[in-house]
Design a protein around this ligand. Structure first.
Ligand code: HC1
Length: 525
């Protein structure tokens, strides 16, 4: 901007405001300077724009259009060698980095980790883990918040779209899809709907149109998780520990715990996440029931999360020698596949998920927002211990955006201290309190602010204000889930008839030998 009385142009974001300051924001000199800055960025930028994964919602592209920048005015060779580092979750491409350092800021300030640092000097600068190590070799938790912050495609998810198309095209494969609770309130954004619009029925219809053989929901397995986790809590309370029991559905949180708080690994619930439980059950119970050889089954999970790609690849996540989940697609990747197949989700009719692994309670739906797992577990734990269905269903003390939420609940004459943290920065504060000796009985931790609704695989608006990073935007998605819960007759996990049927026909009872074999795992420091 140009300031009257000042010779040089000034940066609006840092210049101190003062009484009487006269500012001009669109003079010819300002417009030319802005255009020149963007042209400088473009001069070293990889130019595969038409085929770039962020094409059409890239902030650099939008800025270039806005200021009228042109290629060819300045040096025209991209400076950085395109360098793509691969692991199962995040791809980094330095040739598209504009060195804004948002990834560094979000990782350090929002998540409290700090795997990115600036390396080298001047034009040679790159933003990367120290010594340019692979993200898999450092304390990265794969949460993908850096992807949401990135203005270009310098950081993207490791895509499995091609592998999933190949499986769908293979007539010898039975391809099962499960979709996470968060997807039904966020994928609509990719098709022009407001955040929080519930599209469960259209989502099921769209997956069927893509050619999946069975269209199920992770929410079913969230109910199953509650059965196992509520019983695990009751067992640990009866046995005296290890307490607190800490939830284990969020793979970013598990990785954070392994890196920074290994002394609490025994406190983690041994329950696999709902995604993994679903995969394990699909390849055992469902394969048996449907007469399918599990080796011919491919399980695809649609998740709001990049850490789920990491989780699916973990050696702990196998059952009887087979991987529980074969491919994880983010919300964005599924939207891309639908566009590739010319399917406009918004125009589809409402359809049901397939049964039996498609039925879910309202308690399962709210898993995807901070406090949801706790609320779902307490609904069931209270009903199980009281031996009757209690009137109280909603626990508003676990809702909302406060970083750490705490409450006490009476369970069979015992007062339980409960806590919920979201975002690893808040998790860190809570874990430090545990280290100082504070006592809790049960804790829910989700790696991303707001819970899974704010996962690193969720839609990116391309807006420089980055609404996808804000808690307000994530709360709109959460509001959709609470409305969905409220609209259901079935609101407690242990009342899910399909889950009860699985116990009756296959698992026996919660925490049985078979349930432990298939649905539980353990982590080592
Ligand atoms: Fe989640 Fe979960 S809620 S971890 O946020 O426990 O990703 O949505 O699928 O597994 O159910 C994510 C969401 C998701 C699991 C469940």
């Amino acid at each position: 901007m140009e300031i009257e009385g000042s010779r040089n142009l000034q940066a609006a974001c840092v210049y101190p405001v003062a009484e009487g300051l006269r500012v001009h924001t669109h003079t010819p000199r300002v417009r030319k300077a802005r255009r020149r800055v963007v042209e400088l960025l473009l001069s070293e930028h990889n130019r595969e724009c038409p085929t770039c994964p962020r094409s059409a919602n890239c902030e650099l592209q939008a800025l270039a259009r806005k200021v009228g920048a042109r290629y060819g005015k300045l040096a025209s060779q991209p400076r950085c060698e395109p360098k793509i580092v691969k692991n199962p979750f995040i791809v980094r491409d330095y040739s598209k980095c504009v060195k804004c350092r948002r990834c560094e800021a979000v990782c350090k300030n929002m998540q409290g980790i700090g795997v990115y640092v600036p390396l080298n000097r001047g034009y040679e600068t790159i933003i990367a883990p120290a010594f340019e190590r692979n993200l898999a070799e450092v304390a990265c938790i794969a949460c993908g918040q850096c992807l949401l912050a990135c203005p270009t495609a310098s950081l993207t998810e490791r895509s499995y779209i091609e592998e999933v198309w190949q499986a769908l095209d293979d007539p010898a494969k039975h391809v099962v899809v499960q979709t996470a609770p968060a997807i039904q309130v966020s994928i609509g954004e990719e098709f022009g709907l407001p955040a929080g619009t519930v599209v469960s029925g259209k989502l099921a219809a769209s997956l069927r149109r893509l050619g999946f053989d069975s269209v199920f929901s992770t929410d079913f397995a969230a109910d199953l998780t509650i059965m196992e986790e509520a019983h695990e809590l009751l067992h640990r309370l009866a046995k005296g520990g290890p307490l607190p029991l800490i939830s284990s559905c969020s793979p970013g949180w598990i990785k954070f715990c392994e890196h920074f708080y290994p002394e609490f690994i025994d406190n983690l619930s041994t329950c696999k996440s709902p995604m993994e439980m679903f995969g394990a059950l699909a390849k055992t119970y469902y394969a048996q029931k449907a007469g399918i050889d599990p080796k011919d089954m491919v399980v695809v999970a649609v998740m709001p999360c990049t850490a789920k790609k990491f989780e699916a690849a973990r050696p702990e996540m196998t059952t009887y020698g087979l991987r529980d989940v074969d491919y994880v697609l983010t919300t964005r990747e599924l939207a891309k596949m639908l566009r590739q197949a010319d399917i406009n989700l918004n125009k589809l009719p409402e359809e049901d998920f397939d049964q039996p692994l498609g039925l879910s309670s309202g308690a399962a739906n709210i898993f995807a927002t901070t406090g949801g797992v706790m609320e779902a577990a307490i609904r069931t734990a209270l009903a199980l211990t009281e031996g009757k269905e209690l009137g109280r269903l909603e626990f508003k003390e676990f809702r909302g955006t406060t970083g750490i939420k705490e409450a006490e609940v009476e369970l069979k004459g015992q007062t339980l201290r409960l806590a919920v943290a979201h975002g690893t920065n808040n998790a860190k504060k809570l874990m430090e309190r545990l280290k100082r000796g504070e006592k809790f009985h049960f804790i829910e931790i989700m790696a991303c602010a707001g819970g899974c609704v704010g996962g690193g695989g969720q839609p990116i608006t391309g807006d420089p204000e980055k609404p996808e990073l804000t808690l307000e935007h994530r709360q709109k998605r959460a509001a959709g889930l609470y409305a969905l819960d409220l609209s259901k007759e079935l609101r407690r996990s242990h009342e899910n008839k399909a889950v009860l049927q699985v116990y009756q026909e296959f698992l026996g009872e919660p925490m049985s030998k078979k349930a432990k074999e298939i649905l539980h795992t353990h982590y080592t420091a």
